[in-house]
Design a protein around this ligand. Structure first.
Ligand SMILES: NS(=O)(=O)c1ccc(NC(=S)OCCc2ccsc2)cc1
Ligand SMILES: [Zn+2]
Length: 262
């Protein structure tokens, strides 16, 4: 998101409500995915990426996270199925992490957090003509969340294509070309997921996201997590470690969480 939102991120999530009153509304994210609140829904379809899922563009450090932007105009990478009606185009992916001791996932499962969380942000291209138009609509976005834990290195090596390049964009504003990334390979082998209606987890907090959180985490090596945690950004002339102000879990406020698995 744009720099003007960065100011709010750095002041911490508890200050966002002053500028974005929607922060206290009833469809906010992230949430605690408590098994007592989830219900198996046999009608949920498997997620489907069309086979053209190979294009990717610029990796950059926008001062808030690293963001890998996709060209959603010419050769779109299209997601459908799951809980979704219609086609959703992949626009960008980014990650949330903590610092050495603190876990950094945004969603948590029965109160437990993971080391990091990958977000793949898609917009509803069946109903809207751009990400900017879709981002404010209740059925505008679909974000796939993938938990990341430290363990054996990611078997597909797809995530390694990203973490290997992070040392080249440690400074805010730096960009680097990364093409040929296959988002399909960033998904865990199990297709099991939770889904619920929520919001962007950072300002402007629009309540436009159908969240799809994969149950099985991806594993990365300690070195890969270190590469992620060693991103810096320039703040008033000095480099500081990039720390995502990960938002704490928000009230479900009566929302149901559906599970694609028993
Ligand atoms: N962490 S998250 O995946 O919920 C997430 C994803 C995108 C964004 N920001 C977006 S989509 O900004 C798009 C540009 C925009 C247009 C109108 S307001 C922001 C914020 C949080
Ligand atoms: Zn995110």
């Amino acid at each position: 998101c744009s720099f003007k939102h960065a100011r709010f991120l750095l002041r911490g999530p508890h200050t966002w409500v002053h500028q974005f009153p929607i922060a206290q509304s009833s469809r906010q994210s992230p949430v605690d995915l408590r098994s007592s609140e989830t219900h198996f829904d046999a009608k949920l379809q498997p997620l489907n990426y069309d086979d053209k899922a190979t294009s990717s563009r610029m990796l950059n450090n926008n001062g808030l996270s690293f963001k890998l932007s996709f060209d959603d105009s010419s050769d779109p990478c299209v997601l459908n199925g799951g809980p979704l009606d219609g086609d959703f185009r992949l626009n960008q992916l980014h990650m949330h992490w903590g610092c050495d001791k603190l876990p950094g996932s945004e969603h948590i499962v029965d109160g437990n957090a993971y080391a990091a969380e990958l977000h793949m942000v898609h917009w509803n291209s069946s109903k809207y003509s751009s990400m900017q138009q879709a981002v404010t609509q209740p059925d505008g976005l679909a974000v796939i969340g993938v938990f990341i834990q430290v363990g054996k290195e990611h078997e597909h090596k797809e995530l390694k294509k990203i973490t290997d390049l992070l040392p080249k964009i440690t400074n805010e504003g730096s960009k680097i070309e990364l093409s040929g990334l296959n988002p399909l390979l960033l998904l865990p082998s199990s297709t099991a997921y939770w889904t619920y209606l929520g919001s962007l987890t950072t300002p402007p907090l629009h309540e436009s996201v159908t969240w799809i959180v994969m149950k099985e985490p991806l594993s990365i090596s300690k070195q890969q997590l270190k590469a992620i945690q060693s991103l810096y950004f320039l703040r008033s002339g000095k480099y500081e470690r990039l720390l995502n102000n990960n938002r704490p879990p928000q009230p479900l406020a009566g929302r149901k969480i559906r599970a694609s698995f028993k």
